[in-house]
Design a protein around this ligand. Structure first.
Ligand code: NAG
Ligand code: NAG
Ligand code: NAG
Ligand code: NAG
Ligand code: NAG
Ligand code: NAG
Ligand code: NAG
Length: 816
């Protein structure tokens, strides 16, 4: 929309008087008079005298030869014109170029640094750079002086726009006064060094428009000279500059700052006679600097601009705003108080011209996550984004205070993450984020399933046929081959007849023994208690299905044993036992630093997500607790006992059961009181485990002396009082990332909400943990005090006392 093609009518001239003489260099004591020219080696550029438009004044200038229309790219004596064609250009022995007039003497001169000067010569290069160098100089790029250091209104290929920090030299464009007068006009284009460098166009001292900052590919407000050019923006201790280069031979491209203050990209292809002008489109009002005031986004929809406040901001002067007077901009509706800033979230804007970077700071090494964290921990930080959008993005750019001069683009621009206080996050409108996340998740799941399925099928054609039979033939067939069965005698041997010295613990459905086979393999054998609701055949099928659930955060089921009354499940053995063994132990818990704990928290979430969303079987664990989280040698968590509730209690997924499996302290209110369960019941248990991991305290056993709260109530109270960090296990000390801990606590509280519908699902939890999704504000958790538990589930309190000795599970009990 912004690229308008049209033909230029200005900059034509009537000078083409017959040339007397052309030379290709200018040595000391030689001169160039009006009418003579200096031509570059390739004949591409030419230096001589010209008069613009109908003017009769003469200027020393550089232009391209043989292009149409005639286009001047540099003017020497722009402020001191010659009145007639009596001017002479000379090079003196000090290497200084002098433009002499017979009456006024030197009217323009170059000046050079005090480098050793020896037999200087002036050349015009094919690039259009007019240079003075020492005669013996062999280095192509060593100049005593070059016109590229003193641009006029035109940026050419290979010219640096910006700063040499070491010498203080600033190269910038200054417009002509008018098409007939090359004198310095009121517009300038400069690289601003405050904050993250950006290209800014001034009218006098005021910013007229911002071309913007560099995003790795282009200046964010303007994709640049589009034709066969490569652009770069160099920022280091020595230099800060923008440069573009024309890739194609025999093509020219220049960028001009016109007398009216607009930018034009001019382009000649090989014919050199057809010039095209790519106007940059800054003519629309949205290009006017801060047209919409602070904290608001300009959108130009074809014929008029509109301004829209950023999320969480409201017009500063609503009356004026209503009359389309936008310059006052917007102010925060509810300023985030920094005390609770960890509840703040971010709203993503896409295709944006990033705000003025003069109030920004940047870091090239941080990634987007670190960037977000850095923003959250700084009170004044209002937005962040990647510094460089290439290769998925890198670097960090952070804004403080007001965000000024943003506009919406349809086909370029960058993502901006704007900080929004929690109170604004509940407002409707981030539906598109939600929708997108759902889309991504669905996509990932489908993709993952396809990959798994195809790998499965490719690797094992026989299984493929079985799969086909299983799913497409009318009756599922008995598949004995799938799950290895163990002989009872073998297991009895391995566990020394299920001796108590080999007992590892007691899980929800029976005791677990350590076993060692004759070949040395170590196993965990779970001897299931007898009261299963299912027939043998059903049970076996069910277990075979469970064995197919494989995930690195689930304990692997190796086989089963069904003989007579005995049912056993054989699992891989976990050397580090279970989470409760570490996390609640005075000394052992020191082994779990925050990094390990966070890894455990994330691992459980991944395993649970797999159980909840696996497309073939939807498993609700129903007895998730710290003793069911086993730890491998690396302290990676593995969920155990999954699917057992299902095989024991049958396939009643969506509603209600009159038998409750679960453990007090971990079961949600609706389950304890009414037997209602769903994936959200597991989410509740997950939340409890999370808070236990963070605090190193048991929900059931914790009681704060003043308030009789359990751990959930205690966490909630600290949260509301803004002291959430006090929940942190004291052995963790200073080592940890506070924002990550706060985030975890918030996630934990969201997971233990009273109403299942207020709890997030596990896919959201995963996104929360990674910081990829905005967190909402937690409300009061369920089972807040000890009293809640007993009153809500009083009918089962007697049972519970019996069963919860030693933190046993309440395997089966009647809730009514
Ligand atoms: C030059 O003069 C001619 C005739 O006087 C006029 O038509 C034309 O517009 C002038 N050009 C400029 C650039 O002023
Ligand atoms: C040259 O001198 C004359 C009169 O001395 C003056 O009017 C004119 O502006 C001068 N030109 C320059 C370029 O200084
Ligand atoms: C150029 O103008 C100057 C006065 O500014 C005059 O002295 C000189 O003779 C003129 N030269 C020509 C060639 O007209
Ligand atoms: C170089 O010349 C310009 C005018 O042409 C002048 O403004 C500047 O101060 C000079 N720089 C030095 C270092 O002499
Ligand atoms: C702005 O206009 C809308 C309707 O166009 C109106 O509902 C609202 O009250 C107005 N606000 C102010 C502050 O005038
Ligand atoms: C502002 O924040 C406070 C507390 O954070 C909240 O109670 C209030 O509803 C918020 N106001 C608006 C307009 O969102
Ligand atoms: C950028 O961030 C990294 C990692 O946070 C830090 O080590 C480095 O010092 C930062 N660099 C600057 C210039 O601030």
């Amino acid at each position: 929309m912004l690229l308008i093609w049209f033909l230029l009518i200005s900059y034509t001239t009537t000078t083409s008087t017959s040339t007397l003489r052309s030379v290709n260099h200018l040595a000391v004591s030689q001169s160039i008079r009006d009418g003579e020219t200096l031509v570059s080696a390739g004949g591409i550029t030419e230096l001589g005298f010209f008069s613009p438009g109908n003017s009769t004044r003469r200027y020393l200038a550089i232009w391209y030869t043989n292009v149409s229309p005639y286009t001047v790219v540099w003017v020497a004596n722009r402020n001191t014109p010659l009145q007639n064609n009596s001017g002479v250009l000379k090079l003196n022995e000090k290497g200084i170029l002098e433009l002499l007039s017979p009456t006024n003497g030197t009217i323009w001169s170059s000046n050079i640094s005090s480098k050793a000067v020896n037999n200087p010569v002036a050349y015009l290069l094919d690039s259009g750079n007019f240079v003075v160098k020492n005669g013996h100089e062999t280095n192509e790029n060593s100049f005593l002086w070059q016109s590229f250091d003193y641009p006029t209104d035109t940026l050419m290929s290979g010219m640096k726009l910006g700063w040499n920090i070491e010498t203080g030299l600033e190269r910038y464009l200054t417009s002509w006064k008018s098409v007939e007068d090359p004198a310095e006009g009121e517009y300038t284009s400069k690289i601003e060094l405050t904050g993250y460098p950006q290209l800014v166009r001034f009218k006098g001292p005021d910013i007229r428009t911002r071309i913007g900052s560099w995003n790795g590919l282009y200046l964010v407000g303007y994709p640049g000279p589009i034709h066969e050019t490569s652009q770069k923006f160099v920022i280091n201790e020595k230099e800060v500059y923008y440069e573009y280069d024309v890739v194609a031979r025999w093509a020219f491209s220049v960028y001009k700052l016109t007398p009216s203050g607009t930018g034009q990209s001019l382009y000649w292809s090989s014919e050199r006679t057809t010039r095209k002008i790519a106007s940059t489109g800054e003519e629309d009002q949205c290009e006017n600097y801060a047209f919409c005031g602070a904290n608001s986004i300009c959108n130009f929809d074809g014929n008029r601009p509109t301004c829209e406040c950023l999320r969480g901001y409201v017009p500063k002067s609503p009356d004026q705003w209503n009359m389309s007077v936008w310059s006052d901009g917007c102010v925060p509706r509810n300023k985030s108080n920094c005390k609770n800033s960890y509840t703040d979230g971010f709203f993503t804007y896409k295709h944006l011209k990033l705000p003025d970077t003069s109030a920004s700071r940047y870091n090239k090494t941080m990634n987007l996550d670190e960037c977000q964290r850095s923003c959250l921990t700084t009170c004044s930080c209002t937005a962040y984004t990647n510094l460089d959008i290439r290769d998925g993005g890198s670097g960090c750019l952070l804004w403080s205070n007001d965000l000024v001069d943003m506009r919406k683009f349809s086909d370029w621009g960058q993502d901006l993450f704007v900080r929004v206080p929690a109170s604004e996050l509940d407002h409707a409108g981030h539906g598109n984020i939600k929708k997108k996340i759902v889309e991504i998740i669905v996509g990932v799941i489908i993709f993952g399933f396809l990959i798994c399925a195809s790998v499965f099928i490719i690797r094992n054609p026989w299984t493929a046929r079985k799969l086909y039979n299983k799913h497409f033939k009318s009756k599922p067939r008995k598949e004995d081959g799938d799950l290895p069965t163990f002989n009872l005698s073998v297991l009895a041997n391995a566990t020394e007849n299920f001796s108590t010295k080999n007992k590892l613990g007691e899980g929800g459905f029976g005791p677990v023994y350590k076993g060692k086979l004759i070949d040395g393999q170590v196993l965990a054998v779970k001897r299931l208690s007898k009261e299963s609701g299912q027939g043998l055949e059903e049970f076996k099928n069910e277990v075979a299905l469970i064995a197919k659930l494989q995930h690195r955060n689930l304990v692997k089921l190796l086989g089963c044993c069904i003989e007579g009354e005995e049912k056993m499940l054989i699992y891989e053995y976990m050397p580090n036992q279970s989470l409760d063994y570490f996390i609640f132990d005075e000394t052992k818990r020191k082994l779990l630093d925050w990094h390990k704990r966070f890894n455990i928290i994330s691992g459980i979430a991944r395993g649970l997500l797999y159980l909840h969303q696996d497309s073939r079987l939807r498993i609700i664990h129903r007895d998730l607790k710290t003793s069911n989280i086993l730890l491998d040698a690396n302290f990676d968590p593995k969920i155990s006992d999954f699917g057992l509730a299902r095989s024991f209690l049958g396939d009643q997924f969506d509603a209600k059961t009159n038998r409750v499996a679960g453990t007090y302290g971990y079961i949600p209110p609706e389950y304890a009181a009414r037997g209602h369960f769903s994936v959200k019941s597991d989410v509740f248990s997950y939340g409890v485990i999370l808070l236990e991991i963070v605090s190193g305290k048991k929900n059931r056993e914790f009681s704060d002396p003043q308030h009789y709260n359990n751990l959930l109530g205690h966490a909630w109270r600290l949260w509301t009082e803004g002291r959430a960090l006090e929940l942190l296990d004291e052995v963790l000390g200073e080592q940890c990332t506070l924002s990550e801990i706060i985030r975890c606590i918030q996630i934990g509280l969201l997971c233990v909400q009273q109403r299942p519908e207020d709890r997030p699902d596990m896919s959201s939890v995963g996104l929360f943990l990674n910081g990829d999704k905005l967190l909402s504000k937690p409300k009061v958790p369920g089972f807040y005090t000890e009293k809640d538990v007993t009153s809500e589930a009083n009918s089962s309190s007697a049972n519970h006392k019996l069963c919860s000795v030693n933190e046993l599970s309440i395997t089966i009990l009647d809730a009514r």
